[in-house]
Design a protein around this ligand. Structure first.
Ligand SMILES: [Zn+2]
Length: 216
């Protein structure tokens, strides 16, 4: 006797296919949405998983970044304290200032890895960019963004403040790779408020990363 599938069996098959389709869509969506480890969302100095897995070198070609793919984090700001060692203290970023509660802008397209109050940093945002570069925005009066938010260059991420260890309203701006800070003046002319030209090379040596500008 021939068994003819009943209408019910057809419907079940359709539901099954629909269910399968939904699972695949969700898996694709989950894959494209960046995920962070617990530590990545609570600590600033965290190595980026897999960043140097295939090579100990990373090269950033600043000339290849389109005009709409970068923004100065605080337009019109003046530098009030530079990067590096002064007065026997090591400054991990550059302090720039306009006025209180001015809009801080995301430097490049990226994903928010951390957004919270963090000790001396006060309210801080860490954004991870596609090429392993991370930018940090600190002492904010308020943060507009949360972990996992996908940001465009120039997008507002918070307002300047003096939360944490700060004696005046300003933006403490850092650039990091693999959790390690380096001189933001290799990427931006912090005085002129402009993105630099040229190429920056990162070489991993042991636990640390050497970041330098390639001369053309
Ligand atoms: Zn600072």
């Amino acid at each position: 006797m021939n068994h003819k599938p009943s209408l019910n069996e057809y419907t079940m098959k359709h539901y099954y296919l629909l269910f399968l389709f939904c699972c695949i869509s969700l898996a694709v969506a989950a894959q494209s949405k960046p995920t962070f480890t617990g530590r990545e969302t609570i600590d600033i100095r965290v190595p980026t998983p897999g960043l140097f897995a295939n090579s100990n070198k990373l090269v950033w070609n600043l000339d290849s970044i389109g005009k709409d793919k970068y923004a100065f984090p605080l337009p019109g700001a003046k530098v009030i304290s530079g990067y590096g060692t002064h007065h026997r203290r090591n400054h991990s970023g550059v302090d720039i200032k306009t006025c209180a509660k001015d809009t801080i802008r995301c430097a490049f397209d990226g994903v928010v890895r951390l957004s919270k109050a963090y000790g001396g940093y006060g309210n801080v945002v860490v954004v991870r960019h596609g090429n392993g570069l991370e930018t940090i925005y600190s002492h904010n009066f308020t943060n507009f963004v949360k972990v996992g938010d996908q940001l465009k260059a120039g997008q507002p991420i918070g307002l300047t403040g003096r939360t944490g260890r700060a004696s005046t309203e300003h933006l403490h701006f850092e650039t990091r790779v693999n959790g390690q800070h380096f001189n933001p003046n290799l990427i931006f002319d912090m005085k002129a408020g402009k993105l630099l030209n040229g190429t920056v090379k990162c070489v991993k040596k042991g636990a640390s990363v050497l970041v330098k500008k390639l001369t053309q």
